[in-house]
Design a protein around this ligand. Structure first.
Ligand code: SF4
Length: 92
């Protein structure tokens, strides 16, 4: 398995034991839709507009986009687990 991508950044894990796990706290969600717009294959909304996780174990290729979604959430309602240390890369 490669330890870095073409840009020299650490590779994301594809190991099933360290696969990505996404959770979101609908109690703190303020329905900004930022995560839904960024990753509609992972995030959706309930009838009140609060976040729903549609795919709690998305493909590892979405890791960096998930971290961007996490960072851009105004209420820090999104958690992403299973990323290898240092995989976040530079801030946007
Ligand atoms: S970005 Fe955060 S506040 Fe906005 S819909 Fe997603 S979880 Fe809710």
């Amino acid at each position: 398995m490669p330890t870095s991508d073409a840009g020299g950044r650490p590779a994301l894990s594809s190991d099933p034991e360290t696969r990505l796990t996404v959770t979101a706290n609908s109690d703190t969600c303020v329905t900004s839709n930022l995560c839904v717009n960024r990753l509609p294959q992972v995030f959706g909304q309930d009838e009140d507009g609060c976040v729903l996780v549609l795919d709690p174990h998305p493909a590892a290729e979405l890791g960096r986009e998930l971290l961007r979604a996490r960072r851009s959430c105004p209420t820090r309602s999104i958690r992403v687990e299973g990323m290898k240390e240092g995989a976040e890369g530079p801030e946007d």
